[in-house]
Design a binder for this molecule. Structure first.
Ligand SMILES: C[S@@+](CC[C@H](N)C(=O)[O-])C[C@H]1O[C@@H](n2cnc3c(N)ncnc32)[C@H](O)[C@@H]1O
Length: 254
């Protein structure tokens, strides 16, 4: 067994396993062969979604789901409605994750595996990580890497991102403007995720850092409705959940 695959848990043979499966950025052809196999073999799948919205992860996995497989929808009570640094946001998410854990644990304790569908890669800002952290001590957890959303966006935008010894920085746009501006100014290349509600702030930070003229805006990269434009050409400050900004590196090119 891979030493990194799981911790010291003494997974009893009768317990089920949690299987986190990365689904890639959205294009069904960017689902890996391994992910397709695991999804097709799953008797129980779980997925996160915002309450009242269809699950994006489930939609990507749909062509591969076995007929009649049991589905566990884990519906976020809040996402961007409350600022993430508010105690109310933290406590509401904590309660939500504990509830998700209870539901998944009940299935694992009954000796059945749960395949948790994850957008992009499960270990990059993924909700899966909150289940992994809470269940890994007791249950076997397997992780199937996925093509990250940012990799899908690089290719969709046809942008070489990091050359030679370029430093590539990944930033959440939820950071405050000063931190965004200083990180953008000191790096060679950047990916900025989680733009929704933060676009105007990011525009100011990019302008201050002097990178706005080479930044690219990617909306719904590698999925239907994809939009790609120069960041500076975007007229409004609206950005949906699936959007990111790329600042390509310009480093050493022999
Ligand atoms: C919670 S993070 C999850 C990232 C995911 N685990 C991954 O590996 O890409 C969600 C953020 O990823 C970015 N994202 C993921 N896929 C994307 C896509 N296909 N197009 C644009 N942005 C995407 C957006 O910035 C979004 O707000």
């Amino acid at each position: 067994m891979n030493a990194l695959a799981s911790t010291s848990h003494e997974a009893v043979a009768t317990l089920g396993a949690l299987i986190g499966v990365g689904l890639g950025p959205g294009d069904p052809e960017l689902v890996t062969v391994k992910a397709a196999r695991l999804i097709g073999a799953a008797n129980v799948v779980a997925f996160f979604a915002k309450r009242g919205r269809a699950s994006h992860a489930r939609a990507i996995a749909a062509p591969y789901l076995a007929p009649g497989c049991e589905e566990i929808a884990l519906l976020y009570p809040v996402t961007t409605e409350i600022p993430f640094d508010q105690p109310e946001y933290v406590s509401s998410l904590q309660r939500f994750y504990e509830d998700c854990v209870m539901r998944i644990r009940a299935v694992l304790e009954a000796g059945r595996d749960v395949t948790l569908l994850c957008e992009g890669d499960p270990l990059l800002y993924g909700s899966f990580m909150h289940m992994f952290a809470r269940l890994d001590a007791r249950f076997r957890v397997e992780i199937c890497a996925g093509v990250s959303g940012m990799s899908g966006c690089f290719a969709a935008a046809r942008q070489p991102m990091a050359w030679g010894d370029d430093i590539l920085t990944v930033l959440p746009a939820t950071l405050d403007e000063d931190r965004l501006a200083s990180r953008l100014a000191e790096t060679d290349a950047a990916v900025v995720m989680k733009l929704g509600g933060n676009f105007a702030k990011l525009r100011r930070a990019m302008t201050r850092a002097g990178v706005i003229d080479r930044a690219i805006y990617v909306e719904r990269g590698a999925m239907p409705g994809e939009k790609i434009m120069r960041f500076a050409d975007k007229r409004d400050d609206e950005a949906p959940y699936f959007s990111m900004a790329l600042v390509p590196g310009r480093g050493r090119r022999p």
